[in-house]
Design a protein around this ligand. Structure first.
Ligand code: SF4
Length: 151
């Protein structure tokens, strides 16, 4: 399962497939990481510095985080894409097509001025989250998305 969580400063990525429950995140920021609650990650209960530090202790790579850079990532099911916006201006997108309940991510792109901020990863995660919520399988012909999916 792939999920993202955000506060004003950071985006946290969670890949449950990688987690082996070492609980270092819980020990590092117990008010942020609360197994048994839904959602189990709440980024508004502790300082960003504490959360970042706790995530850096995750031994599996299940948790990672990046700064938000005030970029919003939204999902548009009608046009089969996630979109990155800087103050309303589109600066990136991740596109997929659906065949027999399989979502194929075929393109991920971010404007050159916004490279290196993790926006492509946020775009792909947004599509993965929505696919999982729709019980769809996901594949990718986009080489970047294939790396995220480890295929
Ligand atoms: S520290 Fe990482 S591996 Fe351990 S429970 Fe948290 S997310 Fe899972």
């Amino acid at each position: 399962m792939h999920r993202t969580y955000e506060n004003d400063d950071i985006v946290v990525f969670w890949n449950s497939d990688k987690c082996f429950h070492a609980r270092r995140c819980v020990n590092g920021s117990p008010k942020t990481f609360c197994p048994g609650q839904k959602p189990w990650i709440n980024l508004n209960n502790a300082e960003t510095k504490e959360i970042w530090q706790a995530i850096s202790q995750c031994p599996s790579g299940a948790l990672t985080c990046l700064y938000r850079h005030d970029i919003d990532v939204t999902f548009d099911q009608e046009s089969n894409q996630s979109i990155a916006l800087d103050n309303g201006k589109e600066i990136g997108e991740c596109d997929y097509q659906i065949t027999d309940d399989v979502w194929n991510i075929y393109h991920t792109g971010v404007s050159s001025a916004y490279q290196g901020k993790g926006i492509a990863k946020r775009l792909v995660y947004k599509v993965l989250e929505e696919a999982e919520r729709n019980n769809a399988k996901v594949t990718a012909t986009c080489s970047y998305a294939r790396k995220i999916l480890n295929i």
